[in-house]
Write a protein that binds this ligand. Structure first.
Ligand code: UDP
Length: 322
């Protein structure tokens, strides 16, 4: 298929673009490089540097060429920033996605796979979280992604778009030289590995008094390669006029302490950890039910053990640390 990958120079976008190229698709990456990296665009993909927020309408220009589908990763994705500066999220996520949907409608682009998030659910009433759980996001990031999901649903119903929203839990790991490299890192596994590689002194554990077995927060870590597999399956299974929503996680929860321990085992580094106050907005436990993705897409996550996820992230970190 001829595919447009927005945000294909970022972490998840670049890994998915690499999988798409390997599978023989004709891939164009569109990215404004605000948080992505040009050298993360995989060989074999065309690259267009453009900002979806520009009034010049970058998506319209590119899509006028005729595409079979769009994978839409380009987004702002920091929970804390979204609370401080919600305008960046309503504009950077909702307005840009609306422009993209309109460009797809004008140029009759038939398929869309969208990066949604577990943050659309907010504090869960039940774990594992299923797709029919209430959506009550606790921050503008989750709210902006949920608004886009609603917009996509209405475009599918009214305009025949074949659409799939994939709600990611905690994405981690790396795909060879494609991995997580944010200017300001906030995610647990890259931070812990920065300690192991000597670029940070210690990891702060945000709260040790949560209602969990060891008192630290529990999350569902999914390997970025498993996530990419789901995107390729979603593209194949998307049906005109239907908006499907699937959670993507490994289905197992690991505590912050367990993650730190796994990183110690993989790296052989003592990794000092210090207690710190709870981080605002953190739910105690987030675990996905991915039964729907497994049943509908035939998706089977292959790299669910923490040692594999951390091991791949560590190899990526070591290769990038001078
Ligand atoms: N966390 C932590 N120390 C850090 C970064 C994260 O204790 O330096 C915790 C955080 O409170 C959460 C878990 O690790 O419970 C995963 O956080 P991350 O930011 O990686 O992902 P999130 O679950 O917020 O999407």
């Amino acid at each position: 298929m001829k595919l447009l990958v927005t945000g294909g120079a970022g972490y998840v976008g670049s890994v998915c673009a690499a999988h798409l190229v390997d599978a023989g698709h004709d891939v164009t990456v569109l990215d404004d490089l605000s948080t992505g990296h040009k050298d993360a665009v995989p060989d074999g993909a065309r690259f267009v540097e453009a900002d979806l927020a520009d009034a010049a309408d970058a998506a319209d220009d590119v899509l006028s060429d005729g595409f079979d589908g769009v994978l839409h990763f380009a987004a702002k994705s920091l929970v804390g920033e979204s609370v401080q500066r919600p305008e960046l999220y309503w504009n950077g996520n909702v307005v840009t996605s609306f422009r993209l949907l309109e460009a797809m409608r004008r140029h009759r682009t038939p398929r869309l796979v969208f990066s949604s998030t577990a943050a659309t659910y907010g504090e869960p009433e039940q774990v594992p979280i299923r797709e029919d759980a209430p959506t009550r996001p606790t921050n503008p990031y989750g709210a902006s992604k949920l608004a886009i999901d609603h917009a996509i649903g209405s475009y599918a119903a009214a305009h025949g778009l074949a659409a799939v929203s994939l709600r990611y839990f905690n994405v981690a790991g790396a795909h060879g030289s494609f991995g997580e490299r944010h200017a300001v890192e906030t995610h647990l596994i890259p931070i812990v590995l920065q300690v192991a590689s000597g670029t940070r002194d210690a990891v702060q554990v945000y709260g040790e008094d949560w209602p969990t077995p060891d008192g630290t927060c529990v999350r569902d870590y999914i390997h970025v390669d498993d996530l990419a597999d789901a995107h390729l399956l979603a593209l194949e299974h998307a049906q005109p006029g239907r908006h499907a929503v699937y959670n993507l996680g490994s289905g197992t929860g690991f505590s912050v302490r367990e993650v730190v321990e796994a990183c110690r085992a993989v790296t052989g580094h003592p990794i000092p950890a210090v207690a710190a106050p709870r981080r605002a907005g953190d739910p105690a436990v987030l675990i996905a039910s991915s039964d729907a993705a497994k049943a509908a897409l035939g998706w089977r996550p292959q790299r669910t053990d923490l040692a594999t996820i951390v091991g791949d992230a560590w190899e990526f970190t070591r290769n990038r640390t001078p």
